[in-house]
Design a protein around this ligand. Structure first.
Ligand code: PFF
Length: 444
């Protein structure tokens, strides 16, 4: 007998293949965090030694964190808001599920800040193409776009691209886009890493990245930063990954897919380190992170390399791909929840989500404003969402139900230790991340 067709989440269709799903999730995971934060942290917090806590946390969060978010999405057949309703419906306080609005606001919040920053990336790409970026100091070029209402044009283009991808009846377009953009990203960054290898003086960069400074493992901050980085990079926010899980077929092995997503995300982070830091050192520049690395240091490097303009185009184009695939995941969470809550069409929901993001974001285009806004979202809202997700799944819904879901599609049942690790290691760690983020003013 033919298997009963599964119910589709909000009528948005399902991912057509396991690899389509994994690549869409890799698309979400690989973003600015991999490119402008990981390379610096790797070198700064102990080189190869940093990889020990980092990989440990990636494995832990991939194994029990991502799996849980995919699992609850698939079980509920709906995204953020609906999934929390499912978790809380038999609880003493079913109204607790309403707190699901917080992670959803987190998704909209990161999307809003991200869209502005990726707008700057697009502008730098065009500046590289036209040569404008090389006509003046990178600081001067960058500051043209970072005042009040300084990048409306680029901001609108980015949101339009996101809308173009999302404005359909089905998520199949997200899958198709990810299946093309992610491999292209890996290919181009590999090419850059190889080019950088041949720069004179690049060796210092490899030393910075990989010579293990074991003593850093004795510092608390190393572990805190590895933990925060691993968490943010896997997009564990109690929101975006839930909605992708909602579109996954029951015959797929979620735990395996989560680990595959984590592996590709880690490869992307390492590749970024190899493409960026050796070049930074080859030109005797102090390593740094964030916008100053991306918009000041990197253009200065390309300025000094033969065919630098071509490489700059390749670089900013790749960052654009990584950014857009993360952006569409955050919007997807908002869209699906709007559909679920208000029974509106996907296209209407897509338009509302993107428009809302623009209306908020247009007042944040100033670099200082967007910085403060992103701090608020990534230090308070998103980590709270992650804690809420973890607690809702493992404590409120309960271990038995989520394990049943995760066992669907597996040949071997989950090992006994899974429940212990999830409940007594992972959930407390999410709470710790929330607290440490506040103490350190941001760790992810
Ligand atoms: N994982 C992305 C990065 O490392 O840049 C950030 C991110 C994307 C966080 C999507 C949350 C999200 F929903």
């Amino acid at each position: 007998m033919k298997q009963k067709k599964q119910v589709e989440a909000a009528g948005n269709g399902t991912f057509g293949s396991k690899w389509g799903f994994v690549l869409a999730c890799v698309g979400s995971a690989v973003g600015l965090g991999n490119i402008w934060l990981f390379p610096y942290r790797l070198g700064q917090y102990g080189g190869a030694a940093f990889l020990i806590p980092y990989l440990l946390f990636i494995f832990l969060f991939g194994y029990v964190g991502l799996s849980a978010e995919f699992g609850i999405g698939r079980m509920a057949r709906t995204g953020t808001l609906g999934a929390y309703e499912t978790c809380w419906k038999d609880a003493k306080f079913p109204g607790g599920g309403k707190l699901g609005w917080i992670p959803l606001i987190g998704s909209l919040g990161i999307a809003t800040g991200y869209a502005i920053i990726i707008g700057w990336v697009l502008r730098s790409l065009f500046g590289s193409l036209s040569g404008d970026l090389f006509q003046m100091q990178s600081g001067a070029y960058f500051s043209q776009a970072t005042g009040n209402f300084g990048s409306i044009f680029w901001h609108i283009i980015i949101l339009s691209i996101a809308l173009l991808i999302l404005f359909t009846d089905s998520v199949v377009r997200i899958e198709r886009v990810s299946k093309i953009l992610m491999p292209v990203f890996f290919l181009l960054f590999t090419f850059l890493a190889v080019r950088v290898f041949f720069l004179q003086g690049a060796l210092e960069g490899y030393r910075f990245l990989f010579i293990p400074k074991w003593e850093s493992l004795l510092q608390l901050e190393t572990w805190v930063m590895a933990m925060g980085q691993a968490f943010f990079t896997l997009s564990i926010t109690g929101s975006g990954m839930i909605v992708y899980g909602a579109y996954l077929d029951r015959k797929e092995d979620i735990v395996k897919a989560s680990l595959q997503t984590s592996v590709f995300d880690t490869l992307a982070a390492l590749l970024s380190a190899l493409a960026i830091m050796p070049a930074v050192f080859a030109f005797g520049i102090q390593p740094t992170a964030g916008p100053s690395l991306m918009f000041l240091v990197i253009p200065d490097i390309f300025r000094q390399i033969a065919f630098g303009r071509v490489f700059a185009c390749i670089f900013f184009f790749s960052v654009l791909l990584a950014g857009i695939t993360s952006l569409i995941n955050m919007f997807e969470a908002v869209i699906e929840s709007l559909q679920h809550k208000h029974k509106i069409s996907r296209k209407t929901a897509a338009f509302i989500s993107v428009a809302l993001s623009f209306v908020i974001g247009v007042f944040l285009e100033n670099e200082v404003n967007v910085g403060k806004f992103m701090d608020f979202i990534t230090i308070l809202v998103v980590p709270f969402g992650a804690v809420f997700g973890a607690v809702s799944i493992y404590y409120i819904l309960g271990m038995n139900k989520i394990e049943d879901e995760l066992n669907c599609g597996r040949t071997k049942k989950l090992p006994k230790h899974y429940a212990v690790v999830a409940k007594y290691v992972y959930v407390p760690i999410t709470i710790l991340i929330f607290i440490l983020g506040i103490i350190y003013k941001g760790i992810g």
